[in-house]
Design a protein around this ligand. Structure first.
Ligand code: IPD
Length: 275
């Protein structure tokens, strides 16, 4: 019910804010202890693990029947209809390792496999993005809305194409696609955090974000924040979003969504033909 959702929201917001202090304090420390996951660019620090533990222990202590999917603790991802917290303890770990102040905690509650609470918190810059299903999206308590730009030619794009994704290498086709996107839009930006990229679309600072190779915890909170701010989230081909398909297109409106989906479908066709 709504009142239990409010209870969950208040408790997890408090936990997220205190977990943020751990990240803020550690962020400035040089020579952080870094381990590699799947590749030398896929990083994890002790702080990622500590923050995820802190959040899971804190939530489990209050709501013992809730489930969790966490970047650092979930070996396989099984999404059920049960209330499930989807957690990225530090989205933008590479940024955190470099003390580049754009990383965040991303935490969402899924019920029936749909997000109903989304919180993205960058403790370095004190940016707290929040959303609850049907109740709008907020930045530090102030309502936020997507931008009203309708043409790609005046859009700012959040792109992370050089991220560690086996599905998305900088082949000549991809380079051509990126060049045409850069020619045909205002410009592009890269924050190094999928969750913060999504929040830039939500608050109207950028018009679009798309990526491949995403995990469910990268997008869980940001998705709800974008839709509650009036934006759209789809598959990269413009069809319905599959939250476990590792790809997403998020935009301020249908016009920008159509324009980008068309190019991404064309790119996919080209890659297929090439085999
Ligand atoms: C990464 C960031 C990055 C995206 C990668 C993610 P992490 O998350 O969100 O922007 O391009 O695909 O893995 O590893 O820092 O939590």
């Amino acid at each position: 019910s709504n009142s239990s959702l409010d209870l969950f929201y208040d408790a997890v917001l408090t936990l997220t804010k205190s977990a943020g202090q751990i990240i803020r304090e550690k962020n400035l420390e040089r020579n952080k202890y870094v381990e590699f996951k799947k590749s030398p660019k896929d990083l994890v620090t002790e702080t990622d693990k500590q923050v995820e533990r802190y959040l899971i222990d804190g939530i489990a202590g209050k709501f013992p029947d809730h489930k969790f999917i966490g970047e650092e603790s979930s070996k396989e991802i099984v999404l059920t209809d049960a209330p499930t917290w989807v957690i990225d303890p530090i989205d933008g770990t590479m940024n955190f390792v470099h003390s580049f102040p754009h990383s965040c905690i991303s935490i969402a509650l899924y019920v029936n496999k749909q997000p109903v609470i989304g919180i993205v918190y960058n403790p370095m810059l004190e940016q707290l993005f929040t959303a609850r299903k049907g109740q709008g999206a907020y930045l530090n308590g102030q309502p936020i809305k997507v931008s009203q730009v309708k043409t790609l030619s005046t859009a700012l794009l959040m792109l992370e194409n050089w991220g560690p994704s086996p599905n998305y290498q900088l082949t000549p086709e991809v380079q051509e696609h990126l060049k045409s996107l850069s020619d045909d839009s205002h410009s592009s930006r890269c924050l190094g955090s999928a969750a913060l990229d999504l929040c830039m679309v939500a608050c109207g600072a950028a018009e679009a974000y798309y990526s491949y190779g995403l995990q469910v915890w990268d997008i869980a909170a940001g998705e709800l924040i974008v839709t509650e701010a009036g934006g759209m989230v789809t598959d990269v081909n413009g069809g319905p979003l599959d939250r476990l398909a590792k790809r997403m297109l998020a935009t301020n409106n249908k016009e920008i969504n159509d324009a980008l989906a068309e190019r991404l479908v064309a790119l996919e066709e080209k890659m297929k033909k090439k085999g």
